[in-house]
Write a protein that binds this ligand. Structure first.
Ligand code: HGY
Ligand code: MN
Ligand code: MN
Length: 407
């Protein structure tokens, strides 16, 4: 497997959902997502892998096992894969790299004549980014039974389309959404390969690393309410301007995160009526906060909420904060992590602040992640990058892990 082998398959996805920013728009259940799903089905068919779609729209391509007769085998599968969907104008690699690498790892094992004793299953999870419906890892969370299907059906995208409507328009049945304990019980391990979202591997001069943990993190909806009025005639003391409280909140999030030793970001905002010459009536924004441990995350949120509430009192505005998703710390299976790091010749082991379907599955099955070097360190933006040679090294590493766990 070399860089050119990787590039051949990789280029097939490059034309699906590109935006003029150089990034991608691959929202779940959009035309781009459906094109990615068609591509997945074609890859499964080309390899004679058995295609399955679960009740939550997650896709699987299954290489059935041929265990030697008489050998004890519980028949549980080794799952590998990631997601197709992107954040708005996200990079090419976050998600698709794990799926392309999984198919190439299957090719790699077949080329050497491997015969798995356990099924090897390539997975594509739905709505990992929450880029359309707001809840990250929605497909895997539904599968794990940690999101209420009724709540999921009612989630809306920024245009007001519900998940149920989007699924129906795409030919999927939202009434089927719900937990899938049998699939989890039939999974022996999950390994997600992912672009690194930082420069740790570049600094260590290593093409591939292994995840140790995912920081606890979450998303909160922030509603600031005031009173619309004329920008040219309303005296400053008479205003109830939610934009002021919002502006304070952005700075407060940053300050609380800095003081506590975590991260906080306000990257999305909507104003009503969104007019240049009118005081806003309402501002809605979303806070993303992450921290190395739950005590620090809690400290950031408590500090943020009390400072912003106090400011809202002074501004005469309303302020409400509501969680949209909360993810506790994930420590990946220590034995699996150490086994993989050793198998890969002492690959670096690193934590991440980014969420992944692997973090959801880790509560149910032994789970590991491989990271591929990203020289820019940028992610969720067009400058996310990896060399073809490093991606090929990622495929080799994934094939070695699958060989170890399934063959
Ligand atoms: O970390 C995230 O924002 C998402 O789960 N990938
Ligand atoms: Mn992401
Ligand atoms: Mn991802």
């Amino acid at each position: 497997m070399d860089g050119a082998d990787f590039r051949r398959l990789w280029d097939e996805l490059a034309n699906i959902g590109p935006a003029d920013t150089g990034g991608y728009l691959r929202f779940s259940w959009s035309d781009a997502d459906l094109a990615c799903r068609d591509w997945f089905r074609a890859q499964a068919a080309a390899r004679d892998l058995r295609l399955e779609t679960d009740r939550n729209g997650n896709l699987y391509a299954r290489w059935d096992a041929s265990p030697p007769p008489g050998e004890p085998n519980d028949g549980r599968a080794v799952l590998t894969g990631s997601h197709f969907d992107s954040v708005p104008h996200g990079g090419a690699y976050d998600g698709p790299l794990g799926i392309v690498s999984a198919f190439l790892a299957v090719d790699r094992l077949r080329a050497e004549g491997a015969e798995p004793k356990r099924p090897i299953v390539v997975a594509a999870f739905t709505e990992e980014e929450g880029g359309r419906f707001g809840v990250p890892c929605l497909g895997s969370r539904l599968m794990a039974g940690v999101v209420d299907p009724e709540r999921a059906r009612r989630l809306t995208d920024p245009g007001g389309t519900t998940l149920a409507e989007a699924m129906r328009a795409a030919g999927a049945d939202p009434d089927l959404l719900g937990p899938d304990p049998d699939r989890l019980a039939g999974t022996a391990a999950f390994v997600e390969l992912h672009i690194e979202q930082g420069r740790h591997l570049d600094e260590e001069d290593a093409p591939v690393g292994v995840a140790s943990a995912i920081w606890p993190h979450g998303r909160w909806r922030l509603d600031f309410t005031g009173e619309a009025d004329h920008a040219g005639t309303t005296r400053l003391p008479d205003r109830r301007d939610p934009m002021l409280t919002f502006a304070f909140a952005v700075l407060a999030a940053r300050k609380e995160a800095r003081l506590a030793g975590g991260l906080a970001t306000v990257g999305r905002v909507e104003a009503e009526p969104n007019a240049t010459n009118a005081i806003a009536a309402r501002v809605t924004a979303w806070l993303d906060a992450r921290a190395p441990d739950e005590a620090v995350l809690d400290e950031i949120l408590r500090g943020f909420e009390s400072k912003v509430s106090e400011r809202a009192g002074r501004d005469g505005t309303g302020f409400a904060i509501a969680p949209e998703s909360e993810t506790p710390i994930v420590e990946f299976d220590g034995a699996l992590r150490d086994r993989i790091a050793a198998l890969l010749g002492g690959a670096p082991v690193l934590p991440t602040g980014a969420g992944h379907d692997a973090g959801v599955l880790a509560a149910h099955v032994p789970t590991a992640m491989l990271f591929v070097r990203n020289p820019t360190g940028v992610s969720h933006a067009p400058r996310e990058s990896a060399t073809d040679e490093d991606c090929a090294a990622g495929v080799e590493a994934l094939a070695a892990v699958l060989r170890d766990l399934a063959c």
